[in-house]
Design a protein around this ligand. Structure first.
Ligand SMILES: Nc1nc2c(c(=O)[nH]1)N[C@H]1C(S)=C(S)[C@@H](COP(=O)(O)O)O[C@H]1N2
Ligand SMILES: [Mo]
Length: 512
């Protein structure tokens, strides 16, 4: 019988143990390049979130949705740790130090087994991570220390059995360990979190992007979208592109072999399907690469192939119909604006598909397979468009909010228009909220197809007050964009972009 032995467990030790384990998981994530369980679960859950919830989450939280999901994962891990800790502290009061270590060892083994046999296979990484890009050894080198840290901190953070010798000295030791540990945790947390935050891929959407963009978007300001918290940094020396599936002769190529293939340069505009009307998730760059069909012809696509399926380093999957894959403008590219692709934009190799939203322009490609089914990719499984053809869009980028618009004085109005490979035939603008339309001047095309088109017009507002500017484009096939307002989900936003402008009264003549 122990005097005053608590029968209720305490949650503190489990919480601290989970925090220490998380710190390891987040730090080791960067150099071992093993996905943390939070990322694995997020990848597993996101495509399974019903589309309507997803839409609600996005409209409520916007760009914060993704970081919040990961924060939720961190919170859930701390909670789980705390609960395990409570269970442990209830048990441990009856145990000797030796039995406690046994219990801690059993905990480590149980966590490892759960990870290796449930979590990793469930999230597509294979038993003990054999199918993951990190491989089994690195996966173990990641999880084993994590659980050892958890168990060790859990044991050390509890008071020692009362019956043990020299409680005074032990208490001092324990306090020292706990204090030192806490200090270490705090000291390490800052840099680790800082590193992680600086590498996180956060998508910022600004509806009503302002100012005429540069015709070719610099890499540094090119929009960035990915499903990941941390994008893969592929080791180019080890990377191979596998071409296989239903082909006569599958093969694999190294990056050097790929760069040695005959290449072309092409300007190509990318836009995300989640770009809202007037938004900034669009950019144009000069890319270098080669047609995907060169590889498919070399492999020999068999009869009955429907889709070309792409798999990426981050577990992303996509597909395009075989005829699309065989178009000469469907490219695999490795350079962007004359420099090797940065890792955020898909290094070492990404796809560019004419006329199809950014979603299908897979980054970090590792394998290309010919398949006999209409394969549904990462976002299609959730309900996003599978054809994902660019909606015809146009935007007002000028005048900016800084521009002073004065009654009777000429003001520059202008912006961009884009309709994928259909091109832009005509842009019209309105200064009265769409009641009357005038044709804008189209600037010369940057390339024949697949790039955005700039437009401009002179506007001399006739009266002071508020005016509603609007724009609409007609694609190369003669179809004017629809004024029907549709959200980005599932087919890409539609509707006209408009801008409220305050027209100030003409200056009274001076010196009169
Ligand atoms: N492997 C992979 N490829 C991907 C994605 C991704 O999450 N993983 N996101 C897609 C989406 S939704 C878009 S809009 C474009 C964005 O490309 P960018 O970041 O180079 O602009 O990449 C696409 N390719
Ligand atoms: Mo996208």
């Amino acid at each position: 019988m122990r005097l005053g032995a608590k029968v209720t467990g305490s949650w503190g030790p489990g919480l601290v143990a989970a925090a220490a384990m998380l710190l390891w998981m987040l730090a080791a994530r960067l150099w071992l390049r093993v996905l943390s369980p939070i990322e694995l679960l997020a990848d597993w859950i996101i495509p399974r979130i019903p589309l309507s919830w997803f839409e609600m989450g996005l409209s409520l939280l916007g760009g914060y949705a993704k970081p919040l999901l990961y924060l939720l994962g961190l919170g859930a891990t701390l909670l789980l740790g705390a609960l395990l800790g409570v269970a442990y502290s209830r048990l441990q009061y009856q145990l000797s130090m030796r039995a406690r270590s046994r219990l801690a060892e059993a905990l480590v083994v149980a966590l490892l087994l759960f990870t290796g046999l449930v979590l990793l296979p469930l999230t597509g990484q294979g038993i003990f991570g054999v199918a993951s890009s990190a491989g089994m050894l690195r996966t173990l080198a990641y999880y084993l220390p994590a659980y050892l840290i958890f168990a060790a901190v859990l044991v050390l953070a509890h008071p020692l059995p009362a019956g043990d010798a020299d409680p005074g000295r032990r208490r001092v030791l324990r306090c020292g360990l706990q204090g030192g540990g806490a200090l270490l945790l705090l000291a390490a947390a800052g840099p680790v979190l800082g590193r992680l935050l600086s590498r996180m891929t956060l998508t910022s959407v600004t509806a009503n992007a302002e100012g005429m963009p540069a015709p070719v978007t610099p890499v540094g300001t090119f929009y960035n979208v990915s499903k990941n918290a941390l994008d893969p940094r592929v080791d180019a020396a080890k990377w191979r592109l596998n071409v296989g599936g239903m082909v006569q002769s599958p093969f694999a190529l190294s990056l050097d072999e790929i760069r040695a293939l005959p290449s072309i340069e092409k300007m190509h505009t990318l836009q995300c399907i989640s770009n809202p009307i007037g938004g900034n998730l669009i950019g144009n760059a000069e890319w270098q690469g080669f047609p995907l069909r060169d590889l498919l012809q070399r492999a020999g696509v068999q009869q009955g192939v429907v889709d070309i399926k792409l798999t990426s380093e981050d577990g992303y999957t996509e597909s395009i119909p075989l005829p699309k894959a065989m178009e000469p403008g469907t490219l695999l590219v490795y350079d962007m604006n004359g420099e090797p692709l940065t890792y955020k934009h898909g290094a070492p190799l990404r796809l560019l598909v004419p006329n199809i939203y950014g979603m299908k322009n897979a980054k970090w490609i590792t394998s290309i397979e010919a398949v006999a089914e209409d394969f549904k990719g990462y976002w299609q499984r959730q309900g996003w468009s599978d054809v994902a053809i660019y909606q015809t869009m146009s935007q007002l980028r000028a005048p900016s909010t800084q521009t002073r618009v004065v009654e009777g004085q000429s003001t520059e109005v202008g912006g961009i228009a884009f309709a994928g490979s259909r091109g832009i035939q005509k842009v019209e603008w309105s200064a009265d909220g769409g009641r009357s339309w005038r044709e804008a001047e189209l600037l010369p095309e940057l390339t024949e197809v697949d790039t955005w088109r700039f437009w401009q017009a002179e506007w001399s507002p006739e009266q002071a007050g508020n005016a509603t500017l609007m724009v609409r484009a007609t694609d190369g096939e003669g179809r004017t964009q629809t004024d029907e307002q549709n959200p980005t989900l599932p087919d890409g936003a539609t509707g006209y972009h408009s801008l409220e402008v305050r027209v100030t009264a003409r200056e009274p003549a001076t010196g009169g």
